[in-house]
Design a protein around this ligand. Structure first.
Ligand code: NAD
Ligand code: ZN
Length: 355
């Protein structure tokens, strides 16, 4: 058996105001202009004018009204190639999981030919990307540490998974999360709670992944079942996100993510809220955890969308089941090698119908 040889993010800054160090971070990498890809929700933030933008650099506001598509990544990479004319020295992504994934993918598409869709899969990327920095403004996805960038392409929603995908540097600055809307903050934080639960309950679990997952889950519990002031909570959630990401990097997610991918592919449901919608219906798979999740929902005063699949047609439901069932490693982690016996398409369909 060959063990996974995990590539991790080599450099990390943690702390409020850490964004101010971005200029120092970029200095040795200024072999070409720096490209700042910033979630356009931040267009009026005071910190935007403090970014270390030099003469030929570009600040590009990215739109994440829908989660990232391969076509959008291709478009941004082409725009950069045309407007900059030379190979950029750095790409910096500042935003939630969607923006960080866009930045990772754009960095790779500046050095690899073709379309991002050509690289959806495992280890298809041939060349290292442009030096890249990730700065989360929402905590939970673990996109800041992962070796993937989740993209919706012409035929599938699948990441560009490769050793070239992780950031070279991340900056975890909780000040940037302060503006996150309450519901979105909860949904995205629950992504890391669910990463932890799915890692811990899965058959791929090992001592290394367990260490990260348990601490990630503890932090989510403290924040969403306790009474932690928001400033402190944002630092804890950035930590939980990192740990959750590290945990699944050496294990895998499970049923909740597999079903959530199906929902998202057909209905465009966002990742965080999609996971929450699915999680509450998985009491038969993750009994104690779903009960705890419900307590966090109630304690946080969140009302989750319900009945989202009620208007779904039979052909759409076929597609949802196809996409969910296609997440083979997730099901293997959840149920073991005989997962097809435990999760036949009819069971998958009946779970999805309840949502
Ligand atoms: P997001 O990036 O999609 O953002 C959600 C919303 O919050 C957007 O409207 C955004 O503009 C807004 N927002 C972000 N930060 C804000 C802030 N500080 N203040 C106000 N508004 C803010 O949300 P997310 O949950 O962080 O990311 C989900 C995405 O991450 C999905 O595309 C999913 O596929 C991806 N993902 C990637 C990985 C990975 O390993 N690469 C893992 C999990 C999820
Ligand atoms: Zn997730």
């Amino acid at each position: 058996m060959a063990f996974k040889n995990l590539r991790v993010v080599p450099q990390l800054i943690f702390g409020r105001g850490g964004l101010a160090q971005l200029g120092d971070v970029l200095r040795p990498h200024r072999t070409g202009p720096a490209i700042f890809l910033v979630d356009e929700v931040h267009r009026h933030r005071p910190w935007l004018s403090t970014l270390p933008v030099e003469r030929d650099d570009r600040v590009m506001l990215v739109n994440v009204d829908v989660e990232p598509k391969t076509s959008y990544v291709d478009q941004l990479a082409a725009e950069i190639r045309h407007s900059v004319g030379t190979r950029p020295g750095a790409v910096v992504g500042i935003g939630g999981g969607s923006t960080m994934d866009i930045a990772k993918a754009v960095s790779l598409m500046l050095t690899n030919p073709g379309s991002a869709a050509d690289y959806q899969g495992w280890d298809l990327v041939k060349h290292p990307g442009v030096y890249k920095v990730g700065v989360p403004t929402l905590a939970g996805t673990g996109a800041e540490v992962s070796r993937t960038t989740v993209l919706t392409g012409p035929t599938r929603k699948l990441g560009m998974n490769s050793d070239y995908t992780p950031f070279d540097q991340i900056i975890l600055d909780a000040d940037l999360c302060a503006t996150a809307p309450r519901d979105q903050r909860f949904y995205t934080a629950m992504d890391s709670y669910i990463h932890a639960v799915e890692a811990l309950r899965g058959t791929f679990i090992n001592a290394f992944a367990r260490g990260f997952a348990e601490k990630s889950r503890d932090l989510c519990r403290e924040v969403f079942l306790g009474d932690v002031p928001q400033e402190q909570a944002d630092e804890m959630l950035l930590t939980a996100s990192y740990l959750g990401g590290m945990s699944i990097a050496y294990s895998q997610v499970g049923a909740c993510h597999a079903l959530s991918y199906g929902l998202s592919f057909v209905l465009g449901t966002r990742h965080g809220v999609g996971n929450c919608i699915v999680m509450r219906h998985l009491g038969e798979i993750y009994p104690g955890d779903v009960e705890e999740f419900e307590r966090m929902v109630a304690h946080s005063g969140i009302t989750l969308p319900a009945g989202v699949t009620s208007g779904v047609t039979e052909p759409e439901m076929d597609e949802m089941v196809r996409v969910s069932m296609g997440m083979v490693p997730l099901w293997e982690n959840c149920f073991g090698p005989d997962w097809r016996v435990k999760m036949p398409p009819e069971r998958c369909r009946s779970l999805l119908r309840r949502m």
